[in-house]
Design a protein around this ligand. Sequence first.
Ligand SMILES: Nc1ncnc2c1ncn2[C@@H]1O[C@H](COP(=O)(O)OP(=O)(O)O)[C@@H](O)[C@H]1O
Ligand SMILES: Nc1ccn([C@H]2C[C@H](O)[C@@H](COP(=O)(O)OP(=O)(O)O)O2)c(=O)n1
Length: 222
Amino acid sequence: MDGPSGSGKSSTSRGVADRLGLRYLDTGAQFRAMTLWMLRHEVDVHDPAAVAARAGDPVLESGTDPLDPTITLDGQDVAEAIRSEAVTAAVSPVATVPAVRARLLDLQRRIISDALDDGGIVVEGRDIGSVVWPEAEVKLYLTADAAARAARRTAENGSGSVEATEAELLRRDQIDSSRATAPLSVPEGAVHLDTTPYDLAEVISRVVAIVEQVRGTAEAST
Ligand SMILES: Nc1ncnc2c1ncn2[C@@H]1O[C@H](COP(=O)(O)OP(=O)(O)O)[C@@H](O)[C@H]1O
Ligand SMILES: Nc1ccn([C@H]2C[C@H](O)[C@@H](COP(=O)(O)OP(=O)(O)O)O2)c(=O)n1
């Protein structure tokens, strides 16, 4: 499941994984943890060579239970710390560094391979259907109007203005979409779902229906 910030990927992915008995992986959390490590080690996040030189150092682990996803950095729980404003402001430049993407892509593919032996997994991010796992059984691309995304994120944060949140979100969209490596784009073969008019329960039901339809079609043709 790919899409821009606030389109509903995390909540939808978790809900769908829970309904279908699948594992869950938030790849954005991994880019955030990598960014947090760089900030904590005083690496200049706007210096790609400096970031690349340290990209192999952080020890990252993602727990894939959709009801209790976890993320640890050098053995420490960082689920809350990775949502700080400082990390949000620095994550896009870090995520554009090829050495960071290569390291995390390798980690993501290993987690996905393991989960495939365990019933399957819903993975969310920006380049999952296009780069990380193009052979996914179902590919989804979620969007929502920028105003709706900003309103959702502001409500979630419980503070800040919708206007400032929208500006920050559009700034990250711009960097994520225009970067040379794995830009945010609609993957080939993806179902595009605009979540603006639907509440979360409706989006989850629609996605579950799409998965069941794809699986039914696949079964019928075998
Ligand atoms: N369809 C929806 N309608 C209203 N709010 C939603 C919807 N989907 C998600 N949300 C809320 O919007 C916020 C951002 O959603 P999230 O799943 O974190 O998006 P993303 O992972 O794409 O950044 C969360 O607070 C979530 O509960
Ligand atoms: N597969 C991914 C996932 C996230 N990223 C980048 C793009 C985003 O700016 C950051 C943070 O992603 P995250 O999904 O946590 O962002 P939001 O929660 O939607 O604000 O990481 C990426 O480049 N590739």
